[in-house]
Design a protein around this ligand. Structure first.
Ligand code: TNX
Length: 541
């Protein structure tokens, strides 16, 4: 973040010798740089909408429309001299001036063709000299419309106290945008198990997701190296299982209050938190806390080089741990954990992991998943699992997450939908090139174009548009120690994934994306977001 002193010569700081950096307003909607690219953008000749001290934000709809209005007003207040009032519709206007209307209308977008459910996240944005009318069927749609409006405003609005830089106008050119997402699930996964991320870091990540209309935050809360969420009925999970992380530093965990704070912060940005407790494999942290959950300790040969880890594990091998599938204590444990997680999670989903179990038989694995799935359903949630869960009999509505592609079709054949997270495209813990810092490389190097230039519906044979619920970019954290490193891997690939998830193929092109994303770098710099300056893009200064 930049400092707060208004006298700081910001321009000199970012470009000491070059010409002054100007955050100019757009002159025509045709020149917009919105990511993800909207369904339709029509520029109209005419005067722009100019924000001024007499602009009012008017909220028409449920209570959270006011919240969205406040979100916008706060953003402008941070960087400009504008102190816009947010009013409920119907009240007499105190002073004449232009109006930004935020309106929920359940009949909006009725004529736009979409996949089931996604119309509810769409919006229309009509901009004239007097009025900006943002209309959506739900508050979520309105919030995404505000995200678009934010990108139509000069990037200087992301600064703190940059009124000077914004002079003379904050304006938006006239025209009309109609926008509806392609997929309902547009996710980002943070692995807080291998390295722990604080509540504040997770909230900063949520802010970043909100910029790009991502709506599912998948938290990988437990793995071999760490258990990160308090379960009151099994206190040693966090006391013992949360005490370390990869590399041996002290780990950390979320209290229930922390988790609730994250869930609320996300919900205010129309993002649903999807908690994952990985099982029956990837469970060493739980077994270290409660050894009776395991059948026996894993054999030293699995670890090759060293000795068998005593209790907690701080290496990065996968596949070797498992809950003992047939013990009564295992099912008491799964039931208690799912019950407590479901109770603190307002979202509809509980992710049970289910990946990379190399020490159970096929039959043991399938039985485990089926039983866990029944428990998730008993507590009123929809089960999500990595694609291997397709080997079990899935309930209608359960969701499988494709990552390596060889078992995902088993779920599709049962009539279940997929979240598309193919490693070679979406694993943002992969390095960009052999020489970039941090990251792994088992799924290949993923430069920006590779992350962008693919279509979920044609990714593997046997898939169709309707078998796909959406897309998600996992960020496994074996090599990632803090948010700065995480952002280096996420940016600019996460916005690329967001466009894959939101925008129709007819609107998308690599050339279009690389031109638009180039204009986002100044915004990221003002927001303090780290990024990899991919040579595939002519970044704007
Ligand atoms: C595979 S993807 C894993 C994770 C690792 C990741 C590293 C998946 C379901 N399992 O346990 O962290 O590779 O890229």
């Amino acid at each position: 973040m930049l400092g707060v002193a208004p006298v700081t010569p910001l321009l000199a700081q970012s470009a000491p010798v070059a010409a002054p950096v100007v955050s100019a307003p757009l002159t025509t909607l045709d020149a917009h740089r919105v990511v993800p690219v909207p369904t339709s953008v029509v520029a109209v000749t005419g005067a722009p909408f100019v924000f001024s001290a007499s602009t009012a934000i008017v909220a028409d709809g449920p209570a959270d429309v006011m919240q969205t209005g406040e979100f916008l007003a706060r953003m402008l207040r941070k960087s400009t001299a504008l102190r816009l009032p947010v009013r409920r519709a119907g009240r007499a206007m105190a002073a004449p001036g232009n109006v930004l209307l935020l309106r929920v209308d359940t009949s909006a977008l009725a004529n736009v063709a979409t996949a089931p459910g996604t119309r509810n996240e769409g919006y229309t944005l009509d901009i004239t000299a007097d009025t900006i009318r943002l209309v959506a069927r739900t508050s979520a749609g309105l919030f995404w419309g505000v995200a678009t409006l934010r990108q139509l405003l000069p990037w200087g609005i992301e600064a703190e106290h940059s009124a000077l830089r914004l002079a003379p106008t904050v304006s938006v050119p006239s025209g009309r945008i109609t926008d509806v997402p392609r997929f309902a699930w547009r996710g980002s996964m943070l692995d807080v198990a291998r390295h722990f991320f604080t509540v504040d870091e997770v909230m900063q990540h949520i802010d970043l997701m909100a910029l790009y209309k991502l709506n599912r935050l998948h938290l990988h809360l437990a793995d071999d190296q760490g258990w990160r969420i308090v379960i009151a009925s099994w206190p040693k999970l966090t006391q013992v299982g949360g005490s370390t992380e990869v590399g041996g530093a002290s780990g950390g965990f979320y209290t229930k209050a922390d988790y609730t704070d994250i869930v609320r912060y996300a919900a205010a940005r129309h993002i649903v938190v999807v908690p994952e407790i990985d099982m029956p494999g990837h469970t060493n942290a739980a077994i270290a806390a409660y050894p009776r959950l395991g059948c026996s300790r894993p054999t030293p040969s699995i670890f090759g080089e060293g000795t068998q880890p005593a209790g907690v594990y701080t290496g990065i091998r996968v596949g070797w741990s498992a809950l003992c599938p047939d013990k009564a204590i295992t099912w008491r444990f799964v039931n208690d954990v799912v019950r407590e997680i479901a109770a603190m999670t307002p979202g509809a989903y509980v992710h049970i992991g289910g990946d990379e179990v190399e020490v159970l038989s096929h039959k043991q694995y399938a039985r485990f998943v089926e039983r866990a799935q029944a428990i998730v359903a008993k507590y009123g949630k929809t089960m999500v699992g990595w694609e291997e869960v397709g080997k079990a009999t899935l309930r209608p509505g359960s969701i499988a997450q494709l990552w390596r592609s060889d078992t995902a079709l088993l779920a599709v054949k049962q009539g279940n939908q997929l979240i598309m997270s193919p490693g070679p495209r979406t694993y943002l813990d992969m390095k960009y090139t052999p020489t970039t810092e941090v990251g792994l490389r088992w799924a290949g190097y993923i430069e920006l174009q590779t992350a962008y230039d693919w279509d979920p519906a044609t990714y593997s044979p046997g898939l169709t548009e309707s078998s796909i619920l959406g897309v998600e970019a996992p960020l496994w954290s074996e090599t990632i120690k803090n948010l700065n490193a995480a952002q280096y891997l996420l940016m600019p690939r996460l916005p690329a994934l967001a466009e894959v998830g939101w925008s129709a193929t007819a609107q998308r092109s690599w050339e279009g994306f690389r031109t638009r994303i180039a204009a986002h770098a100044p915004r990221w710099r003002l927001l303090g977001i780290n990024y990899y300056p991919s040579p595939q893009v002519a970044w704007e200064r």
